[in-house]
Design a protein around this ligand. Structure first.
Ligand SMILES: [Mg+2]
Length: 265
């Protein structure tokens, strides 16, 4: 199984997971074969996700369970980017909207988590990502902390992500609610912020790099911000018309799915 001429020209390939490698618990068509072909050709790979609800270990397990070989180093989540950014700040109180995984990253950054202490509004930083238990009380605490001066750090602006029963609201929808309530803007550390791609390239090393994903507003825009090429697959949220109409920045390729993009013929 040879590589397509397009992929043969790159050294590093940064693969989006949701809507590109898989949708929910199911691989996109022949995604394992596409990843194997990249490995056989000696390409360096990273799997990138704005989904902060699970740990890199969980992703490695899921990748293997679906027939895709991957190492822990190859998985780059936005949670790691949030932890990195927080670790650079002086010790402070943080209010968290997010999964257990985000709580762990914030805790490991060395800051105090104020959730449940009665001092939520004293937080100097509010960290936001989607999670299934998101509720009004969280939005209220976050709104009060931000109104008293806390900055907002968020996992991403993805409006939705694809699930097996249709789109689910993503971190962007939760961030939008907090921004609307407070009139303040969040600092975004997931795609399209380039830092998540730079984190991956720190691990992979230099070389010609292609980002592959299903979203123009996060994968293609983020790649452009990082100075990287991007290709769009149509297995997620972007339609063929949208992908072809996208002029700035334009993807270097639009493919029906990852396998069609990667494998020759
Ligand atoms: Mg995606």
């Amino acid at each position: 199984m040879g590589l397509s001429p397009l992929l043969a020209a790159y050294d590093n390939v940064l693969l989006d997971l949701d809507g590109c490698v898989w949708i929910g618990g199911t691989c996109t068509r022949e995604a394992p074969e596409a990843v194997s072909a990249l490995r056989s050709a000696g390409k360096r790979l990273a799997f990138i996700t704005n989904d902060s609800s699970r740990s890199p270990e969980d992703y490695v397990r899921k990748l293997w369970s679906l027939g895709l070989q991957a190492s822990l180093e190859e998985v780059v989540t936005v949670g790691a980017a949030i932890q990195y950014a927080l670790a650079a700040k002086p010790s402070t109180g943080v209010y968290v909207i997010g999964s257990e995984e985000i709580f762990r990253h914030v805790s490991e950054s060395g800051h105090q988590i104020l959730n449940g202490t009665g001092r939520e509004r004293d937080a100097q930083v509010v960290v936001v990502s989607w999670h299934e238990g998101f509720n009004y009380a969280e939005l209220r605490s976050a709104t009060q902390a931000v109104s008293e001066g806390a900055e907002i750090i968020a996992a991403g602006r993805d409006r939705t992500f694809p699930a097996e029963d249709g789109p689910w609201p993503g971190s962007g929808s939760v961030v939008a609610a907090l921004e609307y309530a407070t009139g303040r803007s969040a600092q975004i550390l997931g795609k399209p912020d380039p830092r998540i791609f730079r984190t991956a390239l720190d691990r992979l090393g230099d070389g010609r790099t292609l980002v592959v994903g299903d979203r123009l507003d996060s994968d293609v825009a983020g790649a452009a911000a990082a100075g990287l090429d991007a290709a769009i697959v149509l297995t997620g949220v972007t339609s063929s018309e949208d992908a072809r109409a996208a002029a700035d920045p334009a993807p270097v390729a639009v493919a029906r799915d990852l396998h069609e993009l990667v494998v020759a013929g």
